[in-house]
Design a protein around this ligand. Sequence first.
Ligand SMILES: [Ca+2]
Ligand SMILES: [Ca+2]
Ligand SMILES: [Ca+2]
Length: 632
Amino acid sequence: MNERRIKFTRSAFLFALLFIAVSTCAAQNAPTVLKVEPPNWWVGHSINPVRVMIRGKNLSGARVAAIGGGLKTGLVRINALGTYLFVDVLIELNAKPGRRSLRITTGSGMTDTPFDILAPLARAGRFQGFSPDDVIYLIMPDRFSDGDVTNNDPAESRGLYNRANKFYYHGGDFQGIINHLPYLKDLGVTAIWLTPWYDNVNHPDEIEKKEGGTTTGFHGYGAVDFYGVEEHFGTLAKLRELVDEAHKLGIKVIQDEVANHTGPYHPWVEDSPTPTWYNGTKENHLANVFQTWVLHDPRPEAKIKRETMEGWFLNFLPDLNQNDEEVERYLIQNTLWWIGITGIDGIREDTWQYVPNSFWAKWTAAIKREYPSFRVVGEVKDGDVVHTSFFQGGRIRFDGIDSGLDSLLDFPLFYPLRRAFAEGKELREVAQALSKDYLYTDPNILVTLLGGHDDKRFMSEPGATINGLKLANTFLLTTRGVPQLYYGDEIAMTGADEPTTRQDFPGGFAGDARNAFTKQGRTAEEQDLFEHVRRMARLHAELEPLRRGTLVNLYVTAQQYAYARLTPGASVIVVINNDAKPATFDFEAAPARVEDGARFTDRLNVSEDVRVREGKFKVTLPARSASVFAMK
Ligand SMILES: [Ca+2]
Ligand SMILES: [Ca+2]
Ligand SMILES: [Ca+2]
């Protein structure tokens, strides 16, 4: 080999090295995509263009082009690190549904990522909203029934399943709920509210430790992906099947959403799409002081209000900043995506009061623009009507804003119900709570409840009895509002705190000692209560005044309460004696719009028939009992 040849070979070698180096460098800098939110959108939607947020790498300087027709891309915004890209995607009205791509090109390379155009779901029987005609049943999917053991310990999140640990997943899932829809239908349920199904973190939670150990996101409130379904519960396809199967049985579905905060492990915490995505950062943020009274104060002290609105729950739940334009767009689109992709009928919105009304006004308007019958119930956990009613929409409040919120969980009624029917304290306090109804824009759409997943079970209150719980259910299903039951309360489940209040429904899981979904699996006491709740739900369905009637008080003493529900054609009179001894009720019948000679039958078979005489309705009830009188 002569010297020239060696030289040439060397140069070729160096050139090849240089080439490899350049291509490796280019490969390192080529854009990559980790997540597209939303991954698809609809033709003819009221939001068009939709703003797509792409999380990835090396996105700095990117251009985005639509591939496949029917789409146009607009404004592109990219964060400083090149890890998030926002692009407006316009879907043409004549676009054919199907797969498309977004092509992301930078000086260093190019990548295509799928984006689908969808045909909207048929509207009939979907997006229905809820009303006082409904009976809602709250389910925590992990704790209701395990219908698919193959998702109990999924490959991507091994080790979070442990039925012996109350803070870990227990295996309940969408299939378990599907399997028990006939049970719910038979009970008289017309709507189910499921606690959040967002994808939660796939490893033990080292941040929220309880009783000295790690926890998991079995409750669903620590989202790490707002477009994902928790793999322990099933897939998006299974969720859609659940919604469809429920609808076939006349049962609506209410999604639990969270717009106030994310889980501590959400990828946005380490790398935010915008600098103001959260209120503060992991290292530097306010802690929530929960001084919620300042939220309805016309002259709030600024620092306390800010700490309450922007402070991080428990000092570790990252508080989203809805005043950031991109967060606002993201959350509105995310809600419309869940509605559109599943066909659900309502939303229960978590931690409503910690999010600005200015945001909610836009959010509710966007929902109603696309789905006019849809309804939202907000969680404002407070016993004060003055406070709670402030958040209901339908009226411009002192802050110049109508939030547009349809309904609230009726916590101001919840506490007196617990005191009266569990502890045996004055029933009059219940009537007194209702006397403040004028503060609401619409008290009839409030969601009334005896229990929920954040409170001790009714049966774990001091003084609680099966009889007291039966009385409470009689009241709940005959007063104004939209009644909501909590899973397992119909069989008197107990639980003194969270999460023991979220125990497994007996019979919902393989190997359970008994199956309380069946009569044979219930004790005599449980069966007595179950039959009562079922009877009340059926009366609620049968007697229109119990759903739609005007509520009129007829007789109120410390432990006695009689009221009527009146429609133009019918009157139902409910008489409740919460006393430990019998009581005689003797009241004017005229407010119930009934005349002498009118005859009423007790649909609960506690009392004999009552005939109105000399303008009076008179009946004696045994200790702690109730009658529901319908006209003969
Ligand atoms: Ca399972
Ligand atoms: Ca997960
Ligand atoms: Ca907040």
